[in-house]
Design a protein around this ligand. Structure first.
Ligand code: ADP
Ligand code: MG
Length: 624
């Protein structure tokens, strides 16, 4: 074929391939246009998941009749005029290609009335051919209607998912834009049914809760930090507690200057802040709102504009990470046995037949049978610590008996509880300021704190403690190293041997000396003392480390790598679930919950402790 210039409809259709992927992308472009036009109220209607109809009505500035045709022409925009404008973009749009693209792949109608104009006008475009403008009612604002999307690109239309899936995408897009624009009201309807109704508000936090769900409020930690030195960066929003992390990566919502983005740098910073607090397979619930001098960021990286390029990539990364880290550190993250957010409406006390815990967790069967989880479990306690109190079955039965006698007398109950706390009838703290505890099921420590009963997984907590100790030690310089009398020779792959040189600084920091030793093996001359003294298999550790290095392509980020490696060391060094611990060990382990960072989760993000809130107990026992 000879070379020729493409006709405009074809150019637009090609551009549409980039901008218009599905109905949700149409919604995004139309809503952004409305916000750019200063709209205060938006109605978004879709039918058939948006494949049949997308209609966006706004009360914005409108378009004068004389400019209607231009609005749907390619590269026609009112938002930028010079390349200086491009360097600091304040609007969503600027490429001037969205309407042209959408109109080239749909049956398109736009009706508008500019502010102050005596009458409105409308145009229609089908397959690149425009009709109008013709007169329309003087309704201030703009209505854009997109019917039978991709009617002329069957391959694309076939690719659309079910109505429900497409409607889901549309909802996500509207929610994302609504989050960033609390002062604009949004209503979304699908086949006439109202899916979202978000009234305008002056408070961004209110909008966030409206979108995320008010029932999540107790699980969300609000934050706001300012970094004037980084282009006036403001980092604010809500960080969800680890308990409400979700399997979907879309749980993290990021906005930059009012624009929803999916930037990898920022996403990484958020995940980094939660490292070790949530399972890597889950995504923390986060609404992150960034404000930054537009000159500090290039949004013109991709037609959909969801990726951006920061001028100070590293500074933004660390600001976001720190803001969220500080927030999480300041919060009490021990997950509730039944997170408030998941509990739904409070169930009343239904009498003695009501299940003790209705959340799918089978109550542990007690040795005595019929006493319920706690009674039974307490009977099997290997030991109960705290002063000289050591409880056997008869004592426990006596206590239960005494309480059963006046069960209907709430005051007496409270008195008994007080007596139990201050008197000698229950487990007592061994030392002033410490809570009592018992070790159960050979691996769990049950104790209390100000808010309720806390169950600790001793292995997970100890692992976290070792992790903190190693990291802390590393902060103060290279780990102490133990030279081996005879080098340890381990078989490794060629790639792993090759990578030895690249990770030399990391090895030095860990107190490891290793060198290639023939084509298929590595000689380890020195290993970290901490590991050596605990009798861990140093050869296996170095092997795992090399494997990790290859997997990560030489462990570029030293800090990230260190975390993973220290994690491996901690796991090797921690007490196991079945180990029985001396009282002093348990006490110091429990004390670590206060002194170390992120003690509520092990380095892999599994919880170290779970709390049954006092309020939950009171509710379940019908006391509330
Ligand atoms: P861009 O948004 O990049 O400028 P579009 O193709 O999306 O390009 O829109 C072209 C132009 O049409 C915009 O620059 C704007 O002037 C006008 N326009 C589009 N939608 C609206 C609207 N809802 N209200 C007012 N003007 C609009
Ligand atoms: Mg636009």
């Amino acid at each position: 074929m000879p070379i020729r210039v493409l006709p405009p409809e074809l150019v637009n259709q090609i551009a549409a391939g980039e901008v218009v992927e599905r109905p949700a992308s149409v919604v995004k472009e139309l809503v952004e246009n409305a916000i750019d036009a200063g709209a205060r109220a938006l109605l978004i209607e879709v039918e058939g998941g948006g494949a049949e109809l997308v209609r966006v009505s706004d009360d914005g500035a409108g378009i004068p009749e004389s400019e209607l045709a231009l609005a749907v022409a390619a590269h026609a925009t009112s938002k930028v005029a010079t390349s200086d404008d491009l360097a600091a973009i304040h609007t969503f749009g600027f490429r001037g290609e969205a309407l042209a693209s959408i109109a080239s792949v749909s049956r398109f109608r736009m009706q508008s009335c500019a502010r102050g104009a005596a009458s409105g006008a409308e145009i229609e475009v089908e397959g690149g051919a425009m009709r109008g403008p013709r007169p329309a009612p003087a309704r201030p604002g703009t209505v854009v209607e997109v019917r039978t999307l991709f009617f002329n690109v069957p391959a694309r239309r076939k690719f659309l998912k079910s109505d429900a899936a497409e409607t889901g995408r549309v909802t996500e897009v509207v929610e994302a834009l609504a989050l960033a624009h609390p002062s604009v009201s949004f209503e979304l309807r699908s086949n006439g049914r109202r899916l979202l109704d978000l009234p305008a508000t002056a408070e961004p936090a209110k909008r966030t809760l409206d979108v995320l769900g008010a029932e999540l409020e107790p699980e969300l930690l609000e934050f706001e930090e300012r970094y004037p030195e980084i282009g006036g960066l403001v980092v604010r929003g809500f960080a969800g507690k680890p308990a409400i992390a979700r399997p979907s990566t879309r749980a993290i919502r990021i906005h930059l200057n009012g624009r929803p983005i999916m930037d990898r740098t920022v996403l990484h910073a958020v995940r980094e802040a939660y490292r070790g607090l949530v399972d890597p397979a889950r995504t923390p619930t986060v609404a992150l709102i960034l404000e930054l001098d537009p000159r500090e960021v290039d949004v013109n990286v991709h037609p959909a504009k969801s990726e951006v390029r920061f001028r100070s990539q590293q500074a933004v990364h660390s600001a976001v990470r720190k803001a969220i880290e500080r927030t999480l550190r300041a919060a009490n993250l021990v997950p509730a046995f039944v997170p408030d957010a998941l509990r739904g409406p409070a169930e009343p006390y239904l009498g003695p037949k009501a299940p003790l815990f209705g959340s799918g967790l089978a109550p542990a069967r007690g040795a005595g049978g019929g006493e319920g989880a706690w009674g039974g479990a307490a009977l099997r306690a290997p030991y109960v610590h705290g002063g000289a109190v050591s409880r056997d079955f008869s004592d426990f039965a006596a206590l239960v008996g005494a309480r059963a006698g006046d069960a209907r007398d709430a005051d007496a109950d409270a008195d008994a509880a007080d007596a139990a706390r201050s008197g000698g009838t229950a487990v007592e703290p061994a030392l002033a300021g410490e809570f009592p505890y018992i070790q159960l099921l050979s691996g769990f420590i049950v104790t209390e704190d100000a808010d309720g009963i806390v169950i600790v997984d001793q292995h997970a907590l100890h692992e976290r403690a070792m992790f903190a100790a190693f990291l802390d030690r590393l902060d103060r310089g290279a780990l102490e190293s133990q030279r081996l009398l005879v080098p340890l020779v381990i078989e490794r792959s060629a790639r792993e041997i090759e990578i030895l040189g690249e990770i030399a600084p990391l090895l030095a920091r860990l107190g490891i000396e290793a060198r290639p030793f023939g084509p298929r093996s590595v000689a380890v001359d020195a290993v970290p003392t901490l590991l050596h003294s605990r009798g861990a298999d140093a050869g296996a550790f170095v092997g795992d480390l090399l494997e990790k290095a290859v997997e990560h392509g030489s462990l570029v980020s030293l800090e990230g790598a260190l975390h993973e490696i220290v994690d491996m060391m901690a796991c090797k060094a921690a007490v196991k679930a079945g180990d029985s611990l001396a009282p002093a060990e348990i006490r110091s382990l429990l004390a670590m919950r206060e002194s170390i960072e992120r003690s509520t989760a092990c380095p892999h993000g599994r919880p170290t402790s779970i709390r049954i809130a006092r309020s939950e107990l009171e509710r379940r026992f019908g006391r509330a």
